[in-house]
Design a protein around this ligand. Structure first.
Ligand SMILES: NC(=O)c1ccc[n+]([C@@H]2O[C@H](COP(=O)([O-])OP(=O)(O)OC[C@H]3O[C@@H](n4cnc5c(N)ncnc54)[C@H](OP(=O)(O)O)[C@@H]3O)[C@@H](O)[C@H]2O)c1
Length: 350
């Protein structure tokens, strides 16, 4: 197969982004998007040229009643596709997996689907080759994707791969106000707690990092990694900065303001893991860092890679990631809000 026709199921937080990313790939076409309910994202997708299909036939009339052009039911979409990315909510994709097999589709499932339903959990920098020749895979969820990228980048410096991470997850997303949320502020570098404890218990080998939640614009994670041999902060920065989809750059220290630094991107997405350089420290053979994870977009590049691997469009993981990132304009560093690129902004689904 030299190119793939890709169906997307669901046009929610992840689905609308995946559909948009598929359109940008040189070796993929968007066969269409299966939807279930009317939404601004579905309307924008149709306006942008995407063909919409009805995921549940009994809902078709309600979709057409609000002016959404429905090309057919989901089975008609699947008949015209080589691969499907199921972006339905939570674990529901597992129920549809056997239907995809019946149409001979390669199927990419999202992180909410249990591993046991699919048999392979995929992340490009960890196990790209494992997806080659398979019919289905599940892409790691947002924080897991970030951790795999970070651990893969730091692996040469780690002692037996040992690390600890603390995840502070957004309670909701901007397009899911029903969950309720607020903003967040992070404290960079080692917090005062470990130092205070050493004043009382000099033998304690404790490291701590602190941050506040709840929030809506992205997760924050802290990592403490045991080093195999001495590593300077600048060497750690170099390891991280050399890795794909990790950026080490000074940035606002609250997740809501951090979002503003990507306003030149579609939807202000930041699929890269952002590591605050001033958060990186080496303390008693332990490397500490704090990173931001834009949960709505971080999994999109790996999802595209997974389509390419399952369809056999590219056998080499790093060549695949380069192609994906180039199509998504990820090779460029995220710029400050006022230094926007001069090229015209591309149309995207909301
Ligand atoms: N959101 C994140 O930040 C994030 C990050 C990483 C991974 N993930 C994973 O990605 C997956 C999708 O999450 P999400 O946040 O994008 O969910 P979401 O925003 O709730 O979107 C899911 C969409 O799928 C639609 N849908 C449900 N059944 C369908 C069907 N039979 N046919 C067509 N469309 C159907 C839903 O329509 P209705 O409106 O009718 O329900 C909804 O629009 C989950 O596995 C999740 O765990 C999410």
């Amino acid at each position: 197969m030299s190119s793939a026709r890709v169906a997307v199921v669901g046009c929610g937080t992840i689905g609308k982004r995946v559909a948009d990313a598929v359109v940008r790939q040189p070796d993929m076409t968007l066969a269409g998007i299966a939807i279930r309910s009317p939404s601004p994202a579905a309307l924008a997708a149709a306006a942008g040229g995407a063909r919409l299909y009805c995921g549940e036939p009994e809902r078709r009339a309600s979709l057409e009643r609000v002016g959404l052009p429905i090309a057919g039911n989901a089975e008609q979409l699947f008949a015209e596709a080589d691969a499907v990315v199921d972006c339905g909510p939570g674990s529901t994709g597992a129920e549809r997996l056997h239907g995809y097999a019946a149409f001979g589709l390669r199927a990419v499932l999202c992180g909410g689907v249990p591993h046991r339903s699919v048999g392979l959990t995929f992340c490009t920098s960890g196990n790209y080759a494992a997806a080659l020749g398979r019919t289905a895979a599940r892409v790691t969820s947002c924080n897991t994707t970030a951790l795999v990228r970070l651990l893969a980048a730091l692996h040469p410096a780690l002692r037996e791969g040992r690390a600890h991470a603390t995840l502070v997850r957004s309670a909701s997303e901007p397009d899911k106000p029903r969950k309720g949320a607020a903003g967040a502020t992070v404290t960079l570098g080692p917090s005062h707690h470990a130092a205070d404890i050493r004043l009382v218990l000099p033998w304690a080998r404790l490291t701590t990092l602190a941050l506040s939640a709840p929030m809506v614009h992205g997760h924050v994670l802290t990592m403490a990694a045991q080093l195999d041999s001495p590593l300077s902060v600048s060497e750690a920065v170099a390891l991280l900065a050399a890795a794909r989809r990790i950026v080490v750059r000074d940035a606002p220290r609250t997740t809501d303001r951090l979002r503003d630094s990507a306003l030149h991107r579609p939807r202000a997405d930041q699929p890269e893991v952002l590591v605050w350089p001033d958060s990186i420290a080496v303390d008693d053979g332990v490397l500490l860092l704090t990173a931001a994870v834009h949960m709505e977009s971080i999994v999109v590049p790996e999802t595209i890679d997974c389509v390419r691997a399952l369809c056999g469009l590219e056998r080499d993981g790093s060549a695949c990631a380069q192609l994906t990132d180039s199509a998504l304009d990820l090779d460029e560093p995220v710029r400050a809000p006022l230094a926007r690129p001069n090229r015209p902004r591309q149309e995207v689904f909301v």
